[in-house]
Write a protein that binds this ligand. Structure first.
Ligand SMILES: [Fe+2]
Ligand SMILES: [Fe+2]
Length: 199
């Protein structure tokens, strides 16, 4: 993935949010890997915490800001990236659906046991691939196009929107809950995967 210099605050926020999400996804893959290698299965609560974070934050805050500000403004300024944008917009919908499927697969794993693990593992792998590809497309195609086509006034609006949630743990009523969620996730994950509010 090619990283744009964060010359606009919104770009820095997007990159930080992508980093947090990547850390969560690595945590999911690690969870699956432990079980796959016959290790003691981590508490399912941790995986549920990861899914909760994804549905509460990226799915509810990050994607709508991309759709409503960054993508919307880019649609107005150029039609060069229309195909990529509509692909990404439909992936935002698809992402919500996949979180639901993961919740279901996890519940099946808890209730029906290891015979359902291959399905769960496949879904986690598919989700990781899906989301990593999604973020790469945004950073490699959309951000460079935004830097090329958007005006200073566009950036003012987009920066304001994204800075309103610069730090996922700041200024939300759920601050304590999110903090708890992150420490739960960080506790099972190995050092490179561990994430925290300061990450
Ligand atoms: Fe996105
Ligand atoms: Fe994104």
């Amino acid at each position: 993935m090619m990283r744009q210099p964060p010359i606009q605050p919104a770009i820095r926020v997007i990159q930080q949010e992508h980093d947090l999400l990547s850390a969560i996804i690595r945590g999911m893959e690690y969870f699956v890997q432990i079980i796959d290698e016959g290790g003691k299965a981590p508490d399912a609560k941790v995986f549920r915490a990861m899914l909760l974070y994804i549905s509460d934050y990226p799915d509810r805050v990050h994607h709508p800001k991309e759709d409503n500000y960054l993508f919307a403004r880019l649609h107005q300024r150029t039609d060069k990236v229309d195909d990529v944008l509509s692909h990404l917009e439909s992936e935002h919908q698809r992402g919500d659906q996949m979180v639901f499927e993961l919740q279901h697969a996890l519940a099946r794993l808890e209730f029906h046991g290891m015979k359902t693990f291959p399905d769960f593992r496949a879904l986690v792998q598919r989700y990781a691939q899906f989301y990593n590809g999604h973020m790469r497309l945004e950073e490699d195609v959309v951000l460079p196009a935004a830097l090329q086509f958007l005006t200073a006034a566009d950036w003012d609006d987009i920066n304001a929107a994204f800075q309103a949630n610069d730090n996922p743990l700041a200024g939300t009523d759920d601050k304590e809950d999110l903090q708890k969620l992150f420490s739960l996730i960080a506790n099972i994950a190995p050092p490179p995967v561990g994430v925290g509010p300061e990450a």
